[in-house]
Design a protein around this ligand. Structure first.
Ligand code: SF4
Ligand code: SF4
Length: 444
């Protein structure tokens, strides 16, 4: 069985078993076992919501620490557009690029150039593949995992192109190795990431290939170091040229709807936030969504500007990005022959086929599976459906499924464990004196 890599890690010693993470997880991927949170790996789509609600620092992102940077010989920073809105509207992204160099990166490559190649490839893909609609943007790793796990029938709809961050990392390595005469392996590209999920697309790309990126540094990890540099630079210099070309399109990619705003496409839709995505994917599955050609999808409600590793408020960040994007040329010129070649030679494409990753059935044997489903449904009828979580499962129906598949004992539910129920009554000092004997009997 495939071991899934995840971008989050649970710190057992810090976990209080408060259940906040279990309650928010959209795919029921967390259980509380012996008072500690535990991950059901196959269900996790790395959305990072648990990371954001845990106030005990018991869930941490698995990004690369900024302090490890000196270990690498030639370092390239690829900033997510979401970082540009972290320093006030008066601070230009040009200063942010310069700040990254002062922090120790040898070069900075912005995603704006890659986005031009990306848009060329999207338009060509849509015109050459008209049979399947809508096509779904594949940049957000959580969106791709959500489709693989909960909507496997939609895998075919996912745009099979390399995300701009991967494409620019590949371009950076080729360009630098030609310019300096070094091997591409000697160059390390780091994405300055707005969310932890990017790590899974590097360590375990959804299409099963190899990433051109070598690591990620969370915006929150680099922010304090960068902040003072960026402010010094903005006071002392009047920089007019970016280190790496920046466009309105590139900056706008940091918030939901940014791509649509610049490209002004009809029949394109922008959808963000997991509950909205789930709703729209259900509509596609049931054939209710018609007339939409392309969907820009982000797991975070406002796009990358509100990712789990950002520091600034997502609303402030987005409004600054809109403002900043208007101060740069909206589009960059690219070599169209090169764009055509990247497409024709499949360099712009994902290196492997995206496959569904559906959840395990109750049993691989169809007869046993039917029996277990029956057992699950019958047991669920007996449960109170309070979804209290005291059994360690997020809902009564998840618990019933685990009992039916033999992973849980029914006594884990307090209503099937009179001793635990009595303990709780004593613990919370619940007074049953007003109940009749029959009612008390029923309560237990
Ligand atoms: S939110 Fe989850 S990981 Fe954090 S303390 Fe509560 S149960 Fe533990
Ligand atoms: S990252 Fe998202 S899917 Fe994974 S356990 Fe946390 S909340 Fe659930």
């Amino acid at each position: 069985m495939t071991e899934y890599y995840h971008s989050i890690q649970f710190i057992e010693e810090s976990c209080t078993g408060c259940m906040a993470c279990m309650r928010i997880c959209p795919t029921s991927a967390i259980r509380i076992r012996r008072g500690k949170a535990a991950l059901v790996s196959e269900r996790c789509i790395d959305c990072g919501l648990c990371l954001q609600v845990c106030t005990h620092k018991a869930i941490v992102p698995k990004t690369d620490a900024f302090s490890t940077l000196p270990r690498f010989s030639y370092k390239v920073a690829i900033p997510s557009s979401a970082i540009y809105g972290h320093f006030g509207s008066e601070i230009s992204p040009i200063c942010v690029q310069e700040g990254l160099i002062q922090l120790g990166f040898n070069e900075v490559f912005d995603i704006s150039t890659a986005l031009e190649y990306y848009v060329y490839s999207i338009e060509r893909w849509l015109s050459e593949n008209r049979s399947l609609r809508p096509v779904i943007l594949s940049v957000c790793p959580t969106v791709v995992r959500l489709i693989q796990v909960l909507f496997p029938s939609l895998v075919e709809h996912v745009l099979p192109l390399q995300p701009p961050r991967e494409f620019i990392a590949m371009l950076a390595k080729v360009t630098i190795s030609e310019r300096l005469g070094v091997k591409p392996e000697e160059i390390s590209c780091f994405f300055i990431a707005p969310c932890s999920a990017i790590m899974i697309s590097i360590k375990q790309p959804a299409e099963g290939s190899r990433s051109s990126l070598d690591g990620t540094i969370g915006i929150q990890d680099i922010y304090n170091h960068l902040y003072s540099k960026v402010f010094e630079i903005s006071k002392e210099h009047t920089l007019s040229e970016p280190i790496s070309p920046i466009s309105g399109l590139g900056i706008s990619f940091g918030y939901v709807g940014g791509l649509l705003r610049i490209l002004a496409k009809e029949r394109w839709l922008a959808v963000a936030g997991l509950s909205n995505l789930i709703r729209i994917f259900q509509e596609i599955e049931s054939g209710r969504l018609r007339g939409v050609e392309f969907i820009e999808c982000w797991s975070s409600p406002l796009g990358c500007c509100g990712g789990s590793l950002t520091v600034e408020s997502s609303y402030i960040n987005r409004s600054r990005l809109i403002d900043l994007s208007n101060r740069f040329p909206q589009r960059l010129e690219i070599d169209l022959d090169a764009a055509k070649k990247y497409y024709d030679d499949k360099i712009s494409f994902l290196h492997g086929k995206l496959l569904p990753r559906p959840l395990k059935p109750l049993d691989t044997n169809i007869l046993r599976a039917v029996k277990k489903m029956k057992k699950r449904d019958e047991f669920l009828k007996l449960l109170p459906k309070f979804n209290c979580g005291l059994c360690g499962c997020p809902t009564c129906s998840t618990f019933a499924e685990e009992v039916a598949s033999g992973q849980e004992d029914k006594e884990s539910c307090v209503f099937f464990s009179p001793n635990r129920l009595r303990k709780l009554i004593n613990l919370y000092n619940i007074d049953f004196s007003s109940l009749s004997e029959d009612e008390e009997e029923e309560a237990f």
